[in-house]
Design a protein around this ligand. Structure first.
Ligand code: PLZ
Length: 444
């Protein structure tokens, strides 16, 4: 059964998981380390647009995009064509050995697309965590300082330094210490939990006070923040928070690093989430949606910072793999040519409309938040802000059983997030939201 992308695909959920998925799950358990969990009980066979088809022929509505990666859809024709062309030329030479143009073209595009019209440089890597690690390497090298500040609810990766930056212990950090030193944590702007009395500037003053008292600007190399926090709960800071932080960093010679791994590359309706706040970071980290599913990440930033590192100080065997670069160049073109920034805003309007209707009738939906196609509901005990992770788990499980790929997040595990491909159709979105509405009703 081929994925139908023109007519509404039958959401075949006669049996989830089907027999082939069940067999594969048994083999997975016998071959793959238990530490690698899986959200869906089914195995993918193909994916396109807003749909994933499993090995038993069930077609699923994709509200996850492989955790914000297939923003232009899985196997977008332009990406497939670019990858096929490149892979036939060469798969790898190592840019540090025999450089190649696709890497340079990606760097040129990112230098142009990231906020600010200052002179910039880019370096490419493979994963988000690798790029975050290198952004901090660059900041430390440029400032000759070592301390780094991250925020409550932050998520930055699973390597040793990025685990130190990440806030949530289980499952990301438990049992993996000791962690990199000189990492400190500041309070985040969390409007749903801060209340009306703490606006963006006030939350920034709260964070800066902690930074100044517990770290001191003189030892601080960098502040790293997700402009919209992802795994920590799709937390959109109050207006003015990011700008006030960036201004403080600039005034104190501290590198302001925007981790746009999950919020970047058109996901929120702007090329980068900081664009909504008019903030120009010193360094921008991008990954996930950048290459339509191929592993690619980047640090893009002020030339004087990026070039402060000695020759040979940055790199890695696979960084900026040519096939991933070809995919990224196609992704940039698709975003522009297919008007996907506007599509993300249109998705926000559609989804917010549906979620708003649900919230009006259901006091367990404490908050509806996000930007573009990065949206979430925070589920709480009715009329309180007390997290309800059990309800969140039940809603997600119901959605999965009905063939909707839905992801959760949040420090308290009580946030249901929506990350559909921007190429999902309105009809597919509505069908997915219908199932979420049924899930909430079934969980009464
Ligand atoms: C803001 C932000 N920075 C960095 C990262 C890390 O990116 P990697 O490509 O997973 O290393 C992420 C990855 N988020 C999804 C993690 C999924 C999981 O591992 O359970 C992120 O969201």
């Amino acid at each position: 059964m081929s994925l139908s992308t023109t007519t509404p695909a039958p959401l075949t959920t006669a049996e989830l998981p089907g027999p082939l998925s069940r067999d594969l799950m048994a083999r997975k358990q016998a071959a793959v380390a238990d530490g690698v969990g899986t959200t869906m009980p089914v195995f993918a066979a193909r994916a396109h647009g807003g749909l994933v088809e499993d090995v038993d022929g069930n077609e699923l509505i994709d509200l996850g995009s492989g955790i914000a990666v297939t923003t232009v859809g899985a196997s977008h024709p332009a990406v497939v064509e670019a990858v096929q062309r490149q892979v036939a030329e060469f798969t790898h030479t190592c840019f540090m050995v025999t450089p190649y143009e696709p890497y340079v073209r990606v760097a040129e595009r990112l230098n142009a697309l990231t906020p600010g019209d200052h002179d910039k440089r880019t370096v490419l890597f493979n994963s988000g965590a690798e790029a975050v690690e290198n952004a901090i390497k660059i900041a430390r090298h440029a400032t000759k300082r070592s301390a780094v500040v991250a925020f409550d609810h932050a998520y930055h990766g699973r390597t040793n330094l990025t685990m130190a930056l990440t806030a949530k212990a289980m499952p990301y950090k438990a049992g993996f210490g000791p962690f990199a030193p000189d990492v400190f944590r500041a309070p985040m702007s969390y409007p749903f939990r801060d209340g009306a009395g703490v606006d963006g500037p006030a939350a920034a003053r709260r964070a800066i006070d902690v930074i100044e008292k517990q770290v001191g600007a003189g030892d601080l190399a960098a502040v790293v923040i997700e402009p919209i926090q992802g795994e920590g709960g799709f937390i959109v800071p109050a207006p003015g928070f990011l700008a006030a932080l960036a201004d403080w960093c600039a005034a104190n010679g501290v590198v302001f690093i925007a981790d746009e791994v999950q919020s970047g590359i058109a996901r929120t309706g702007r090329m980068f989430a900081v664009d909504h706040e008019g903030v120009v970071p010193d360094l921008v980290v991008s990954a996930k949606g950048i290459a339509g599913g191929l592993p690619l990440s980047a640090v893009t930033g002020r030339a004087e910072l990026m070039n402060s590192v000695h020759v040979g100080g940055l790199g890695g065997t696979y960084g900026g793999n040519p096939i991933a670069c070809a995919a990224a160049l196609a992704v940039f073109d698709v975003i522009e040519q297919d008007g996907l920034l506007q599509r993300a805003l249109d998705i926000e309007q559609l989804v917010r409309g549906r979620l708003g209707e649900l919230q009006a009738a259901d006091p367990r939906i404490g908050d509806v938040r996000g930007r573009g196609a990065m949206l979430a509901i925070e589920l709480v005990q009715p009329g309180t802000t007390d997290p309800d992770p059990a309800l969140t788990k039940a809603v997600a499980a119901y959605a999965h059983s009905r063939g909707v790929v839905a992801l959760t997040c949040g420090t308290h595990g009580n946030v249901l997030r929506l990350l559909p491909p921007l190429t999902i159709t309105d009809e597919q979105l509505h069908r997915g939201l219908d199932v979420l509405a049924d899930a909430l009703a079934a969980a009464r």
